[in-house]
Design a protein. Structure first.
Length: 153
C-alpha cells in the first residue's frame, strides 16, 4: 500500500454536487493498493499513521500525533499512486490492484484507523472525486509498505 499523507486544517471530497466526506484538522490520506498488498498491511500502516508525530506542540516542534491532537482522517482511494511513468508519455497503472481487492483494503485501512480512535471520513471508491484541502505547513509525507519493517516487495 502507498499513502500520501497531508497535514490539513480542513479537507473535503465531492462526487458530483454531493459532499461525501469532510474533516477539520487532521490528515488527508490518499491510499493506493498494489498487486502485492494484502489485509495484513492495513493494521501496521494505520498504527504508523495514528502515531506519526507530525503536529506541532506548544513549542512549535512536531511532537504530537493524530491521536494527541484529536485529529481526523479523510481517506481517499487513489490507484494513480501506483503509476509507472518510466516509458512513454502515458502512465501505466498495471501495478495497481484489482478494484475489488483495492476497495476492500482501503475500507479495511479506514476501519483500522477508527479502531485506534481516529474519526474518519472517506471518498467514494471508483468515483470521479474532487478533493479540496487547506494544507497545513505544507506538510506532506509518503508512506509505503515497502519501507516498513516486514515490507513485502
Amino acid at each position: 500500500m502507498r499513502i500520501v499523507a497531508q497535514r490539513v486544517t480542513e479537507a473535503a471530497v465531492h462526487v458530483g454536487d454531493e459532499e461525501v466526506g469532510r474533516i477539520g484538522a487532521g490528515l488527508l490520506l490518499f491510499v493506493g493498493v498494489g498487486h502485492d498488498d494484502a489485509h495484513v498491511h492495513a493494521a501496521p500502516l494505520a498504527e504508523k499513521i495514528v502515531n506519526l508525530r507530525v503536529f506541532e506542540d506548544d513549542a512549535g516542534k512536531t511532537n504530537l500525533s493524530l491521536l494527541d491532537v484529536g485529529g481526523a482522517a479523510l481517506v481517499v482511494s487513489q490507484f494513480t499512486l501506483f503509476a509507472d511513468t518510466r516509458k512513454g508519455r502515458r502512465p501505466s497503472f498495471t501495478a495497481a490492484a484489482d478494484p475489488a481487492v483495492a476497495e476492500r483494503l482501503v475500507e479495511l485501512f479506514r476501519r483500522e484507523l477508527e479502531e485506534r480512535g481516529v474519526p474518519t471520513a472517506s471518498g467514494r471508491f471508483g468515483a470521479e472525486m474532487r478533493v479540496s484541502l487547506v494544507n497545513d505547513g505544507p506538510f506532506t509525507l509518503h508512506l509505503d509498505t515497502d519501507a516498513m519493517p516486514g515490507g513485502h516487495r
